[in-house]
Design a protein around this ligand. Sequence first.
Ligand code: FPP
Length: 259
Amino acid sequence: MDANPSQLDPAALPRHVAIIMDGNGRWAQERGLGRVRGHEEGANSVRAVVEEARRLGLTHLTLYAFSEENWGRPGAEVKALMRLLKRFLKKERDDLAAKDIRLNAIGQLARLPEDTRSELERTLAATAHCGGMVLTLALSYGGRQEILAATRELCARAARGQLDPAALDEATFSASLQSAGLPDPDLMIRTSGEQRISNFLLWQMAYAEFIFSPLLWPDFREAQFRAALAEYAGRQRRFGKTGQQLAATSKPKGGRARG
Ligand code: FPP
């Protein structure tokens, strides 16, 4: 399935797309290559999808690049992934700034190796002024850990008398997460045919639409991304309401019909 960008109704585009980039290892194995080669090809898909998202006018894209659980992979693969990330951050820095893309990062960044973290900090600083799109990399990220950290912080504030537990609402909780300031994802795409959420943005994806693509991440490029956006545009997001209620408000299908 393909979709021409001119056929995508801008009003039905999601504001925020979150992606679980899965299948690099299988892509490599299918070709008799080492897993790291799959991650390298996956980095090319990252580049392609980021550029396409910007071209189409999405304002937020979040990529699950390394989970808390990924630290448990063989040491050589973890090292290679960190090296690849470092190279990507250095190589793409100027291009991200030129395209007006602001890099953002969530996760336990202190766990990243020093050299990867310093490239990350440089790219964050070099793009801090950009306003065209926010590209968030989830690195050493876990949704439960993020929720726990926010809960600890809110409890500490309550213990100091700075927060009334009875007044705690969703907006305050959202603002305590690392994703504070980002809109909730409208669409989550996971590649490789796996159909699970894997500890990704658990709080934030309460109302996201999910698309599970059978393609392996290195095979997921501009055309496949546009096809997913077209599928999203055809969905009706009801936020607990009835289809008739939404028809009465006559908002377009897809991302901008908020409840
Ligand atoms: C999942 O595939 C992918 C990852 C754990 C890493 C994602 C990394 C990249 C896409 C490349 C580098 C990222 C950036 C931002 C430059 P898998 O290894 O679990 O695949 P498998 O399930 O087929 O084994």
